[in-house]
Design a protein around this ligand. Structure first.
Ligand SMILES: Cc1ncc(COP(=O)(O)O)c(C=O)c1O
Length: 413
């Protein structure tokens, strides 16, 4: 039995005086402080008699209390359950519609036999390989659990309470969550004509700015901005701030005027480029992303990397996918060809859309977003509405895209 508290309560008043010794009573007839009348454990007392919370658990830290949880896209199963459509398809999460190429599947099968071992925490083989591919020293490459893992690491490593993090609106929904998790202030700059307003972002810089997040192409609008404009923004940053260029969809860019910021990240100390194996490589479930940055930035990112968060399956699949570059490139080409076909079909139905440069298209329907998404979902096509802004539709297989085009109502004129 646990030691008795010095502040043990008196005997239970419900016990009859002079009655037989209750086996649950301690010697001397005083009630065991850990038990209520009837011998049940008192939920208000912990071992030792200290009071504990009854119903509600302890509150989370104040910066977490008002935080919205990240909402992933609805699944085909959700549509089946809600609308009874048996053959619903999901075009809601910007995934590649095809499973891994055969050589990646083989590598995964081989690695599966060794999942009893922890992975290499720093994914060194993958980092070396990426460094060689990208023409940068390995000290400039960090890996993380997807680009979102690296965004979280960036916020943890660089953003202090009171710091400002500038981003576009709408842009990737996870950005403000990471900013606020770190105690930072989210500064949203409205897009202009569905494009990130880099001049507006530059105008929003203050001495408190610690980070600027540029998704290029942007999610959910799919538009890309030019490298010169990004370089200008990098040049106008306060000395304490980092420019993070999130190139999660880079491989799908066909606009030759929209260059990658990798060259900037290789030269400048205040530019970080993020990339991922989730999109073009089709490995979203494996959670592998990487950053190219100044070695001291990489060092800081590694300090806050959750141990072993990039799993061994992800590491070997990523290397195997880099080995299968020709197949990956041809899949990306198939996706961008389908994107063109989708965009043409949508335009033919009377909708105006901004130039898509990622693996999705954006229907800027404003207040009509929820009802359009609902209508499509009733036809078995799950898309992603952004309240009051628009609907994002991921490029799927040719059959999936035909299905979407058939379900899309004509635009109201
Ligand atoms: C702009 C952007 N960055 C990052 C991510 C997340 O990528 P990952 O799967 O590598 O975490 C997404 C995913 O939707 C995205 O749209």
């Amino acid at each position: 039995m646990a030691p008795r508290s010095p502040q043990a309560p008196p005997a239970d008043p419900h016990l009859t005086a002079g009655g037989p010794a209750d086996p649950l009573l301690t010697a001397g007839g005083r009630a065991d402080p850990h038990l209520t009348a009837g011998g049940r454990a008192d939920p208000h007392l912990a071992a030792g008699g200290r009071p504990v919370q009854a119903a509600a658990p302890p509150p989370p830290a104040p910066r977490i209390a008002g935080l919205p949880a990240y909402r992933p896209g609805r699944s085909a199963a959700d549509a089946r359950a809600d609308h009874g459509v048996v053959d619903a398809i999901k075009l809601a999460s910007n995934e590649l519609p095809w499973g891994p190429v055969p050589s990646v599947s083989d590598a995964l099968r081989r690695q599966a036999a060794e999942v009893n071992r922890y992975p290499d925490h720093l994914a060194r083989r993958l980092r070396m390989r990426l460094a060689a591919e990208l023409g940068v020293p390995p000290s400039r490459v960090a890996t993380g659990a997807g680009a979102v893992g690296l965004l979280n690491q960036l916020a943890l490593a660089f953003v202090s309470p009171g710091d400002e993090v500038v981003r576009g609106e709408p842009s990737f929904e996870a950005y403000p969550i990471f900013t606020r998790l770190a105690g930072g202030t989210d500064v949203a700059v409205p897009n202009q004509d569905h494009r990130l307003d880099l001049d507006g972002m530059a105008a929003a810089l203050t001495t408190r700015t610690k980070m600027v997040l540029v998704a290029n192409p942007n999610n959910p609008t799919g538009t890309a901005v030019g490298l010169d404009a990004i370089a200008d923004l990098a040049g106008s940053l306060p000395p304490r701030a980092l420019l993070v260029v999130d190139e999660a969809y880079r491989e799908f860019v066909t606009d030759t005027s929209a260059g990658s910021a990798l060259s900037l990240a290789a030269e400048r100390s205040n530019v970080v480029v993020l990339r991922t194996f989730s999109k073009a490589h089709g490995l979203a479930a494996l959670r592998v992303g990487y950053a190219v940055a100044h070695p001291e930035v990489v060092e800081a990112l590694d300090k806050v990397l959750i141990p072993f968060s990039v799993g061994a399956l992800g590491q070997v699949a990523a290397v195997a996918s880099l080995d299968a570059a020709a197949e990956v490139t041809s899949r990306v080409a198939a996706a961008t060809a389908e994107r063109r076909r989708l965009a043409a079909g949508v335009t033919a139905a009377g909708w105006e859309i901004p130039d898509p440069q990622a693996n999705f298209i954006w229907l800027p329907v404003g207040a009509g977003a929820a009802s359009l998404a609902r209508e499509l979902e009733r036809s078995g096509v799950v898309v992603r509405p952004f309240a009051g802004a628009g609907v994002r539709v991921t490029v799927g297989t040719p059959t999936d895209n035909d299905r979407f085009l058939a379900a899309l109502p004509p635009a109201e004129r």
